[in-house]
Design a protein around this ligand. Structure first.
Ligand code: GLN
Length: 287
């Protein structure tokens, strides 16, 4: 291995960290990848830091580190997994890699919903993280969990994650709420982290996001508001009385999204919630 002093865990990490830094990549990728390849926990790593690594694993590690540095492929696409809300999820190029901000959306929904018997839909489920986490949180209640996505490939990933976590979810292929409208299905709660980045903002995204997250998961027309607009309009046909709606939003979109909601649901109570950095991140609507 290039310039690697030893074949120990410590030596491999040291080599990879400096290699990544030289290529303007985050050095934490080294640890994530090595833990994955060795199938170890962080504690294992601390205990066995001075142990040698089998040569084929070491070679594989080196190859992946070099691939990451060269192509900027997200480490999650190399490992095929990402952690979210205390669970590990399968991911691939067909789904948005789960973002930590979305954990706040899940948390907000679980805090706001105290019903015991209801139907909830996660729109644009992607890898299924929101639907799976909510289904697990509400396991002891009478909850019917639904999830939709336009992409069949994404639904396959979401189904795999639902199976992995034994979450009972009914999946529908289609545009936002269209498949539920077609079936005349009503729900009490709508949750969504829709695409909300405007095409004008595309240039400010990192190469990794631009090249590896699916375009349909990121961008929306109309200043990033098109998906909200469509969902809010469809919601009128789907939401039961006293229903609730939760959106993740871009931090400049609270006012515009709230306005769209008020136009469709004038009586509703709309609240923008901030993330830990004090930026608007979630819009909560109570009908
Ligand atoms: N619901 C998924 C997530 O929050 C996918 C969202 C999307 O593709 N915009 O990660």
């Amino acid at each position: 291995m290039n310039n690697m002093q030893t074949n120990t865990v410590h030596g491999a990490l040291k080599w990879a960290s400096s290699f990544l830094q030289k290529h303007n990549c985050e050095s934490k990728v080294a640890e994530i990848l090595l833990l994955h390849i060795l199938d170890w926990s962080k504690t294992d790593m601390l205990i066995y830091l001075q142990e040698p690594i089998a040569s084929e694993k070491l070679a594989y590690f080196q190859q992946k580190i070099e691939q990451h540095a060269e192509t900027k492929i997200p480490v999650q696409h190399l490992t095929g997994v990402e952690d979210f809300y205390g669970r590990t999820f399968h991911v691939n190029q067909h789904v948005l890699i789960p973002r930590p901000e979305t954990e706040e959306l899940v948390q907000c929904v679980t805090e706001a919903v105290d019903k015991s018997d209801f139907t909830c839909v996660d729109i644009g489920t992607g890898s299924g993280i929101i639907a799976v986490c909510l289904a697990k949180e509400w396991e002891s209640r009478q909850v019917e969990m639904l999830a939709t996505d336009l992409s069949d490939d994404a639904l396959r990933v979401a189904e795999k994650n639902a199976e992995k976590h034994q979450a009972k979810i009914n999946f529908y292929q289609g545009n936002f709420l269209a498949p539920l409208i077609n079936e005349g299905k009503k729900v009490d709660i709508i949750v969504s982290n829709p695409p909300y980045i405007s095409y004008e903002e595309a240039d400010s995204l990192s190469e990794t996001v631009k090249h590896y997250d699916p375009e349909m998961a990121l961008f929306a027309e109309n200043n990033g508001l098109a998906a909200y607009y469509e969902i809010i309009h469809q919601a009128d046909q789907v939401l039961n009385r006293h229903g609730m709606l939760f959106f993740e939003i871009g931090h400049t979109q609270a006012e515009a999204v709230s306005k769209l909601i008020k136009q469709q649901f004038p009586e509703s109570k709309v609240t923008a919630l901030q993330d830990i950095n004090g930026q608007d991140r979630i819009v909560r609507v109570i009908l």
